[in-house]
Design a protein around this ligand. Structure first.
Ligand code: S3P
Length: 186
């Protein structure tokens, strides 16, 4: 049997990549992983905001979603090109949807899909989030529909599907680290 460390995906790029819908806690978990592993965090949304000197909301409002998606794609392509190692990468919820991003994500490292029941996610987002995609007459319905469209994509590329419902942040963090250890074990 071939060990996972011999596959081309995992020889060079030992990164943890968090994917998943809005509100799944990717940013929080990325920083908890950082505390344990001491790997740098790359947060694609934050990086885009820094590079563009604009908030995501302003990018959507002034240039539209497709421009934002192009920025996301370019950032991901540049990131893969730079061959980071031992990084934690938190991605925007829509980044895995573009087909040409999916192979890039898979080259980048171990893909963890953080997930929770959609009603829980909506509750979190509506309390704390200002997501441009929810500027709609019926944001809850739009949110649920988008989740249903995206879930199969996350499922199809993830190495680990972690339903975080009922788990503490520590349980999630250690769960990811232990699963990744098995994945990268020689
Ligand atoms: C988006 C999710 C956001 C951000 C942008 C678009 C999406 O990131 O990239 O608002 O399409 O789901 P989070 O997943 O961190 O909320």
């Amino acid at each position: 049997m071939q060990s996972s460390s011999q596959s081309p995906r995992s020889i060079t790029l030992h990164n943890l990549v968090l994917i998943g819908f809005m509100g799944t806690g990717k940013s929080t978990i990325s920083h908890m992983l950082q505390r344990e592993l001491h790997y740098p965090v790359i947060d694609t949304d934050k990086l885009i905001e820094e590079q563009q000197q604009m908030t995501i909301n302003d990018i959507f409002a002034q240039h539209g979603e497709s421009h934002f998606r192009q920025l996301e794609h370019q950032l991901l392509a540049d990131l893969v090109q730079s061959q980071p190692q031992h990084h934690i990468i938190a991605t925007g919820g829509g980044l895995p949807i573009r087909e040409d991003n999916q192979a890039l994500l898979q080259q980048l490292g171990y893909l963890v899909w953080l997930d929770s029941p959609v009603d829980e996610l909506y509750e979190r987002i509506s309390k704390h989030g200002h997501r441009p995609l929810l500027n709609q007459p019926n944001p809850e319905q739009a949110f649920t529909q988008l989740y249903q469209q995206r879930a199969p994509v996350y499922r199809s590329i993830a190495d680990l599907h972690l339903n975080t419902h009922d788990l503490t942040f520590s349980e999630i963090t250690y769960g990811i680290i232990e699963s990744a250890r098995f994945h990268f074990a020689p």
